[in-house]
Design a protein around this ligand. Structure first.
Ligand SMILES: NC(=O)c1ccc[n+]([C@@H]2O[C@H](COP(=O)([O-])OP(=O)(O)OC[C@H]3O[C@@H](n4cnc5c(N)ncnc54)[C@H](OP(=O)(O)O)[C@@H]3O)[C@@H](O)[C@H]2O)c1
Length: 295
């Protein structure tokens, strides 16, 4: 049976997922966009994919959908919530394709918690222009084992996206958060992934990750003792010019997802009595506003 899927926020991740889902004729894909575009073009490592889903730019054009995939940056969740009423019926479910560990709390103001599925996405992806996306490696997605999970995983059966239920979702989410937390070093130095080859930058990344991992373990995640070395190795293996999304947002001068990355490490660390001075400093520095001298 054909299922209607609305993707809110067809940027890097939303556009990537939508382009792959469009290859399956069993799905009708609607893109709920802020900036309009004509078609989707995804550059994959194996060549380009073209897709022509329906693009809507006003919530009045939304249609009831079996699945709603929220793929805006987390700081745009509130304005994006305007799409929920028109896209949802009693049976609709919402998958949150955003980074962090607090997906359900983040949108439970607008959607009942038992209809929200957190999704951890792993794939370096860039949006070059509206509707123009570059996928820089294989895509994996992990969801918790729960009543909503199997239906979501099935959406990707006929795509190369490795979408699975994680036996231990807390570990998957905190491991990803450890990787993201280290990215604050890129955002602070304005240097892409290659900066991890610098020994001092790598030392700071390790300190940030060790704090994040201590908090994650207190939250029930099972993180390896050498996760800090593993994270530095992950950055060193990336293309040296790869720019993480925190760094990219800082370059534009707009808001960043620092609160859901290093910020949540600080917040949950405080609740557990675990000191997180390096993450605290990263949050403070990345929130400093430029003050222009006057007079
Ligand atoms: N990129 C990656 O490699 C990657 C990997 C894993 C996880 N993630 C996570 O995935 C999430 C999405 O990141 P991203 O990199 O895909 O961000 P992105 O490229 O900036 O895309 C976000 C999209 O949301 C759109 N948007 C914002 N407000 C909207 C609204 N009210 N209604 C409809 N659309 C709206 C933006 O529209 P405009 O075109 O107007 O800006 C943009 O197209 C983040 O939590 C990120 O941390 C990213």
């Amino acid at each position: 049976m054909m299922s209607t899927i609305t993707v809110i926020g067809p940027g890097a991740i939303g556009g990537l997922v939508a382009a792959w889902l469009c290859q399956d004729s069993e799905h009708e894909i609607i893109l709920a966009a802020r900036t309009p575009f004509e078609s989707l073009r995804l550059e994959t490592p194996d060549g380009p994919l073209q897709a022509h889903p329906r693009v809507i730019t006003s919530p009045t054009e939304a249609r009831p959908s079996e699945w709603v995939l929220l793929a805006t940056k987390a700081y745009d969740s509130e304005p994006a919530s305007a799409w929920f009423p028109g896209s949802m019926t009693d049976g609709s479910r919402v998958a949150v394709l955003q980074n962090g560990v607090d997906h359900v709390e983040r949108i439970s103001e607008w959607v009942p918690s038992d209809r929200i599925l957190p999704v951890i996405v792993d794939c370096p992806t860039e949006r070059r222009a509206p509707g123009r996306i570059r996928q820089r490696g294989p895509v994996s997605m992990r969801v918790p084992r729960c009543g909503l999970a199997a239906g979501f995983v099935r959406l990707f059966d006929r795509t190369p996206i490795d979408c699975r239920q994680a036996d231990d979702f807390a570990t998957a989410a905190w491991r990803k958060l450890c990787i993201n937390a280290a990215g604050a070093v890129n955002a602070l130095t304005l240097e892409p992934a290659g900066v991890a080859h610098d020994s001092e930058a790598a030392r700071l990344m390790r300190l940030i990750v060790e704090e994040a991992a201590a908090v994650g373990r207190a939250e029930g995640a099972n993180l390896a003792d050498d996760i800090a070395d593993e994270v530095v190795a992950i950055y060193r293996e990336q293309p040296p010019d790869a720019v993480n999304s925190l760094h990219a947002d800082r370059l534009t001068g707009g808001p960043t997802e620092i609160d859901l990355r290093n910020g949540i490490v600080v917040q949950r660390g405080a609740a557990h009595g675990i000191p997180t001075p390096c993450n605290d400093m990263a949050v403070a520095l990345l929130k400093v506003k430029r003050v222009l001298a006057t007079g």
